[in-house]
Write a protein that binds this ligand. Structure first.
Ligand SMILES: *Cc1c(COP(=O)(O)O)cnc(C)c1O
Length: 468
C-alpha cells in the first residue's frame, strides 16, 4: 500500500475528527461570513506526483480554496433557489460516502429498499396517492428529463410504436405545450431527441406567469394528435402556479400527457396556508420535485414520480444477465439514466426521519414568512418596485427609476457581502430575485437584509448617463 494511504488508514479516526472540526468551523462561520467572498481565484497547481496525505490536503483546501466558497449553505444566500443542509441531512450524506453503496440492484444489500421507503415518505409529504412510483435522480433537470422521456414513450404507445426501441424519428413531430417552462425543459427536449423547438409557449394569464387554460385549449384543439403539457407549479421569477385541476381536465379531454414541474413549488403542499397552490398535484402523469432546494439536503438530489412505471422501465431498462430481471418491482438500475450511483436517498431519509413532516413544514412556513416580510419592505421602500405579489417564497423586484440591468447589477454587488440575490428579467424588465429556501434563515436575517437593501438603494449612484 502507498505509504500515505497506509498512514491515513492507521490514523483514520483522528483524521475524520480533524475533518469534522474543519467542517464544524466552516458551518460555525457561515452566518457571519461574507455571503459571496471577494478575492482572487487561486491559480491551478500541477497534479501532485506523490501526495502528502489527508492532513496536508485538509490544510491546503482550508488555505487555498475554502475562503473563496460562497456561504450558500448559510441563511442569507437568496440567489436561485438554493436551500441549505439540515444537520440530519448532513449526517446522512456523510454516512452515504462512508458506506459507499451502489444500491441499484437487488443483487446488492438493502440500499434500494431504503430508497423505496424514502420515496414512500416523499409521496406522503407531497400528498400523492399510491398510484405514483418514484426514484431519486441528481436534480430537477434530470427529473424533468426522466418525466419527459416517459412522456415520449407514451406518445409512441399512442401511435403504436416504441421510441425506446425504434428511435424518435418514428414518432414524427411532437408538441410540448407550456406557459412559462423552466429552461431545463428545453434542455431535456434537446437531450431526448425531441428538439428544443418542440416546446410551444402558450400565452399566460394577463400579468401572470400561469398559463391561460383557454389559450392552452385552443393550442390543443389546433394540434394534430396527442401532446405533452408541461404544467408549472412554482415559476422561478414570481412563483406562479398553473391551475393544475384545469390542466388535468384538458389532459383528459384532449388525450395528452401531463408533466408537472414542481421543483420547489411542491413544498407548498406542506403548509395549510399554501397547499391550495398545488391542488391537483396528484393528477400528474409525471412529476418533478427537487430535494436539494427546499428539502435542504445536499446536492445532488431530486425525485421523479410517475403513474406509468411500465413505460419508464421500457425507456431505462438495462438488460444484463448479472443485473436481474425487471419483474413487478424493477430494480432502480432500470428506472433512471444512471447504472451506478450513490445511495442518494440516505440524506433525505435522515432529514425526514429526524424532523418529520412538521419540521419540514416549519422550514416552509418560516421561508414564506421571510419572503412576505421582505416583500412588504420592498413595496414600502421609495426607490424600489415590487413586480409581483409574494405568493410563496420569492420576492421579485426592481428599481422604481432607471431600472437598467447595469444599475441592478451594481445594487446586487453592493449587497453581496450581506445577502446574495440573482438577476432576472420579468415581463421584459430587468429585476432581482430573493428566494427563501434555507432552514437557517431567521427573522433577524430578514431584518438585516431589509436594512442592507435600504442602505444600498440609498447609496446607489444617481442614474448614469442616460442612453439614447
Ligand atoms: C431549479 C429548477 C429546475 C432545475 O433544477 P436543477 O436542480 O438545477 O436541475 C427545474 N425547474 C424548476 C421550476 C426549478 O426551480
Amino acid at each position: 500500500m502507498h505509504p500515505h494511504l497506509a498512514a491515513d488508514l492507521a490514523a483514520l479516526p483522528d483524521l475524520l475528527e480533524a475533518t469534522r472540526e474543519q467542517a464544524a468551523a466552516f458551518l460555525d462561520g457561515l452566518a457571519e461570513a461574507p455571503v459571496v467572498p471577494a478575492g482572487p481565484t487561486p491559480e491551478p497547481r500541477p497534479l501532485p506526483a506523490r501526495g502528502t496525505g489527508l492532513q496536508d490536503a485538509l490544510a491546503d483546501f482550508a488555505a487555498r480554496w475554502q475562503p473563496g466558497l460562497s456561504a450558500s449553505a448559510g441563511p442569507r444566500y437568496l440567489g436561485f433557489v438554493t436551500g441549505g443542509v439540515t444537520p440530519a441531512a448532513l449526517a446522512g450524506d456523510w454516512l452515504t460516502a462512508a458506506a459507499d453503496q451502489n444500491s441499484m440492484s437487488s443483487l446488492d444489500a438493502t440500499g434500494q429498499h431504503l430508497e423505496r421507503e424514502t420515496v414512500g415518505w416523499l409521496r406522503t409529504l407531497f400528498g400523492l396517492s399510491d398510484a405514483h412510483e418514484g426514484a431519486l435522480v441528481s436534480g430537477a433537470t434530470m427529473s424533468n428529463t426522466v418525466g419527459l422521456a416517459i412522456a415520449r414513450e407514451w406518445l409512441g404507445e399512442r401511435r403504436g410504436i416504441s421510441p425506446a426501441e425504434d428511435g424518435t424519428a418514428a414518432l414524427g413531430p411532437v408538441r410540448v405545450l407550456s406557459g412559462a417552462a423552466h429552461s431545463s425543459v428545453a434542455k431535456a427536449l434537446s437531450l431526448l431527441g425531441l428538439g428544443r423547438s418542440a416546446l410551444v409557449t402558450v400565452p399566460t394569464l394577463p400579468g401572470r406567469e400561469a398559463v391561460d387554460p383557454a389559450a392552452l385549449e385552443r393550442a390543443l384543439r389546433d394540434a394534430d394528435g396527442p401532446c405533452v403539457i408541461v404544467a408549472n407549479a412554482g415559476t422561478v421569477n414570481t412563483v406562479d402556479f398553473d391551475d393544475l385541476r384545469a390542466l388535468a381536465a384538458l389532459r383528459d379531454r384532449y388525450d395528452c400527457w401531463l408533466h408537472i414541474d414542481a421543483a420547489f413549488g411542491a413544498f407548498a403542499a406542506l403548509s395549510p396556508h399554501h397547499a391550495h397552490l398545488v391542488d391537483g398535484l396528484d393528477l400528474a402523469d409525471s412529476l418533478c420535485v427537487d430535494l436539494h432546494k427546499w428539502l435542504n439536503v445536499p446536492y445532488d438530489s431530486a425525485v421523479q414520480f410517475t403513474r406509468r412505471r411500465d413505460l419508464q422501465a421500457r425507456v431505462f431498462q438495462n438488460a444484463a444477465a448479472y443485473l436481474g430481471s425487471l419483474g413487478d418491482t424493477p430494480d432502480l438500475v432500470h428506472l433512471t439514466p444512471e447504472n451506478s450511483r450513490r445511495l442518494r436517498a440516505l440524506a433525505t431519509w435522515f432529514t425526514l426521519r429526524a424532523y418529520g413532516r412538521e419540521g419540514h413544514r416549519d422550514i416552509v412556513d418560516r421561508c414564506a414568512e421571510g419572503a412576505r416580510t421582505l416583500g412588504a419592505a420592498v413595496a414600502s421602500l421609495d426607490g424600489l418596485e415590487l413586480l409581483s405579489p409574494v405568493r410563496l417564497n420569492v420576492v421579485c423586484f426592481t428599481l422604481a427609476r432607471s431600472a437598467t440591468a447595469e444599475r441592478l447589477a451594481a445594487l446586487a454587488d453592493a449587497l453581496a457581502t450581506e445577502v446574495f440575490l440573482t438577476p432576472t428579467v420579468h415581463a421584459g424588465r430587468p429585476a432581482l430575485r430573493a428566494a427563501f429556501s434555507n432552514w437557517r434563515t431567521t427573522a433577524e436575517d430578514v431584518q438585516r437584509i431589509v436594512t442592507a437593501l435600504e442602505r444600498a438603494v440609498h447609496n446607489l449612484p444617481a442614474d448614469g448617463p442616460t442612453r439614447p
